[in-house]
Design a protein around this ligand. Sequence first.
Ligand SMILES: [Fe+2]
Length: 362
Amino acid sequence: MIFKQLFDDATWTYTYLIADPNTKEAVLIDPVNTQIDVYLQFLAAEGLTLKYSLETHVHADHITAGGLLRQKTGAQTCVSGLCGAETADIQIKDGDVFEFADGEEIKVLATPGHTPGSISFLWRDRLFSGDSLLIGGCGRTDFQGGNAGDLYDAITQRLFTLSDDTLVYPGHDYQGRWVSNINQERSNNPRLTGKSREQFIKIMENLNLPNPKLIDEAVPANRYCGLDEDECQDAMVRRELSLPKRHQGTAQDKVAAARQKITEVTVDTAKKLIAEGNINIVDVREGNEYDAGHLDDSILLPRGVLEFKISGVNELANKSAAVLVYCRTGGRSALAAQALQELGYNNVLSMAGGFEAWSKAA
Ligand SMILES: [Fe+2]
């Protein structure tokens, strides 16, 4: 197996990559948004496919790369269901097991206290303890719904009952230490060893730490898997449209409902209208799809950011002017046409079959 402990020196955050050189499946734990290129380069160099991007909690000190990784690799973002990160693909709960590669398992241990949704991951003999158990310390409990008593219980009853030689890989270490083990922490952690629950709570109440620099920015951003509002909308629509068939109810229902309210035209009709002129053409696909080929004079306005970006498009200032919307196959454009109508555009057409049908007809 490939195992890498990566370090973001701006936030002193550890990120972990586990991968199987045979099946090529990989998992990242606590990726940091500013390190995305490092991850992508490594995955590409090794020919790896990222299956899961796992979070130990909603972080206050850095922004996750989870949402970006989902966009760029198709990985599923996974955050505890108690973290309020509704856009995550998988809402993790205690006892979940993430399977990957050839029989590899990452087990979920709920370790609340630093935050209510904090979890630790156990893979083989390695524990990824996030900010719950740190080397010679533990995560703070004075914000984000933290609870010192819960943390004491989680560490002493769940983590300290693991076998002595379980390796402990924390979310941070501010003294440059990389790894510890359960025996060492059980017998030598100044905050916990020999301390009663009450004593521990007292210690935690009197730490008087300043807030992390990024907290106001990082906590809300991490609820959206690290994406801003625009990108988040975009990711949600794309996710709906790309879900496997058994989960497609919502997306298909949405598109079907939109089709009831909008006007679709065939590629032939679209061609005639374009030839006549006086129609704005809007491509609601992603930038990379647009770059690979698009209708002449079309304006790129991806579906996910349409409502946010449309006011900046001069050509679309007049809401009575005709607009032809298209995407790859007609689903996103149906949703976009409906959104345009809701914004007050009263002459909107969606091109059935999208760019694929257009290309075939050419
Ligand atoms: Fe944290």
